[in-house]
Design a protein around this ligand. Sequence first.
Ligand code: TXA
Ligand code: MG
Length: 316
Amino acid sequence: MQSANAINIGHAAALINNGHLVSFPTETVYGLGADATNDKAVAEIFSIKGRPQFNPLIVHVDGVAMAKQEVEWPQVADTLAKAFWPGPLTLVLPRKADSRISLLASAGGDTLGVRMPAHDIALALISAAAKPLAAPSANKSGRVSPTSAQHVRAEFGEALTVLDGGACTVGVESTVLDLTCATPLLLRPGGVPKEALEAVLGVKLQTLQDKAATLKSPGMLESHYAPALPVRLNVTKPLPTEALLSFGPAVPSGARKVISLSDSGDDREAAAKLFAALRVLDSQEFTAIAVMPIPESGLGSAINDRLRRAAADRST
Ligand code: TXA
Ligand code: MG
């Protein structure tokens, strides 16, 4: 564990830029950070957290200028950033077409959650790395969020570099607010109270309960990417009209086009490539995306979870 100083922050930034993970303090909870533009580093986050699904990750920035490089920035974002940044407020905004952020960090979706943490060490690390950092809370999936460097160490052991900034002052995660709807939608209550947001915006926020009540199926709330083409799973014999997503060295012949998720059968490499590959193959040239069997081990279960949902009936 490293008490944070300029040398350690420089070292941690170099680790980040070389594709490694670093845990850093924020005012809410400790984050498990990676270069948000590096697909493999982002896949490593999911891998070591043991998340069974690819949930979108918050992208941490050192200011509005860095955020504006990655997301569309409407007036309402400016108003909220002026009032609450740096601080425990994550804004979900449309990702820019030329955003460099890994598609895996947004679970393949067209939006990004961005936030500027109110913590000198976090801000110094982001600035030194000169990259936005994707960071979920630094706990294993299903465990409570860490509010001290000791908590992170207990969870992940000596191998992970942890910048020690003492205890987190807020102690609960950031409020997540979706600004891509007509009325801002509260996705997760957190460090900035709903009432404070409503006072600044002069409108009542929509909640997930309101939204679910107006929809046929709450499943429609999922903002995740699904391809337009049908998806066929566990394919060992692709059709000549199909595009094939292959996994491992033994690739069957016959498909019109093949993209390999990993020639060696590596789950992290496959996760890193998954969403970009789906987007490339999701073209009218093909009748379907055929996917080879992917073992459930490691990130395989999260990959299969996403593919199963892509393959499921979308009439709802
Ligand atoms: O306070 C925090 O937010 C901490 C610190 C480290 O910044 N981070 C954190 O990350 O709590 P995580 O991954 O444990 O939770 C992120 C939440 C999830 O509920 C996720 O679904 C939501 O933010 N989120 C992130 N990006 C999103 C997006 N593009 N659309 C919808 N929800 C998003
Ligand atoms: Mg969490």
